[in-house]
Design a protein. Structure first.
Ligand code: SAM
Length: 354
């Protein structure tokens, strides 16, 4: 038995590897085929061929933060800023509902304009009008009381990528005013409150090492999030990182497979960033262990303005076209879109053969 095959078998059986084994597996393409097959078997044993869809509503590109990698950072004065009103957000949900979406993800920069009262009102209006739908928030770091109020208003899930679990790496990606400790504390708070929680990181962000990625995986093992968002870093020319290269498709796919083997129950998106660095990137993501896609439901007029990285895909089409295009993509990859909320399956609900 080859060394790589032995490591994959160990992953299947124990859902874990030693640091040096993980690094070795991540650093070679020799076992990508075997990894992909194993990841797909595990994903199908829990989620079958279902692909869960989430309608992404990018409702504000104002941000008070200055993350060095991000195109909508406060310091990027070239960005034309926009905010969607509650009515506009509801209208996106209405359109999405008609297209079969039963989860809406409200994502934005950290924009203090949307205070707790306003966000709670938006969440409760969506829950009142679309009672069979889940609401996911992705609005950054807030105090615990704010997370609690939003949860009480009806929010079901929260996405907050930890970005990197390594203190020194975090420091190089963010300004002094931000801290890894606070980001982690937010995630623990969200979990304690009762949200389905998503964490994750970019692959190939500036200064990232393989051992940073191992630390990211260790943090995920400690947090045990329901959702794990992993996509390539993509350069944005109006950031301080304009001269760094984007992350690699191959490494991102390999990490997705390893993550699926370690977290059989996780909801793992094939991200828009993956579809941006390679044509068919999201389909490849689905074949390597991902089981969620998050098409854009934002009004077409603002899609180009929510530019976290350059050349982002799906900024020109109508939502309806996007949905049918997505159907074709998912079917072509051998999977099928599920029209329901798409909650995470817990361990007790499914049996994973190892
Ligand atoms: N403000 C919220 C937050 O901080 O979680 C949500 C919005 S933030 C723009 C969403 C995610 O975009 C981040 O967690 C980050 O991983 C990703 N992102 C930002 N810039 C990126 C880039 N240049 N390439 C790839 N992903 C990027």
């Amino acid at each position: 038995m080859t060394e790589g095959k032995a490591m994959i078998d160990k992953l299947l059986q124990t859902r874990d590897l030693r640091d040096e084994e993980l690094e070795a597996l991540l650093l070679t393409d020799a076992y990508d085929g075997e990894l992909a097959r194993s990841a797909d078997t595990v994903r199908q044993s829990v989620y079958g061929k279902d692909v869960y869809i989430r309608g992404l509503i990018e409702f504000s590109n104002y941000c008070k933060n200055d993350c060095l990698y991000c195109g909508i950072r406060q310091g990027n004065s070239a960005v034309k800023r926009y905010r969607l009103s509650c009515e506009q957000i509801l209208s996106c949900c209405g359109e999405g509902y008609g297209l079969g979406f039963r989860t809406f993800v409200l994502q934005g920069g950290e924009d203090p304009y949307y205070d707790d009262a306003m966000m709670c009102a938006i969440v409760s209006r969506i829950k009142a009008e679309f009672s069979d739908c889940a609401v996911t928030l992705s609005i950054g770091e807030r105090p615990r009381e704010s997370y609690q109020a939003l949860f009480d208003a009806g929010a079901d899930r929260y996405l907050l990528r930890h970005e990197t679990a390594d203190r020194e790496h975090y420091r190089r990606l963010h300004p002094e005013s931000m801290s890894l400790d606070n980001r982690k504390e937010c995630l623990w708070n969200l979990k304690e409150i009762g949200y389905q929680v998503g964490a994750g990181f970019m692959v190939g962000s500036p200064y990232q090492t393989i051992s940073n990625i191992v630390s990211d995986i260790r943090f995920l093992q400690a947090l045990r999030p329901d959702m794990i968002g992993i996509g390539p870093y993509i350069t944005h020319r109006q950031t301080p990182f304009r001269d760094f290269p984007s992350g690699s498709l191959e490494l991102t796919l390999r990490i997705l497979s390893v993550i699926r083997l370690m977290f059989p129950y996780a909801l793992i998106p094939a991200t828009t960033a993956l579809g941006t660095i390679a044509p068919g990137g999201r389909e490849l993501g689905l074949a390597r262990g991902a089981n969620v896609v998050m098409p854009n439901l934002s009004p077409v007029g603002v899609r180009k303005l929510y530019e976290l990285y350059q050349d982002k895909i799906c900024t020109g089409e109508e939502a309806a076209e996007c949905r049918y295009c997505l159907d074709r993509r998912v079917t072509s990859a051998g999977y099928a879109i599920a029209v329901h909320r798409g909650d995470v399956k817990r361990e007790r609900e499914a049996v994973v053969p190892v």
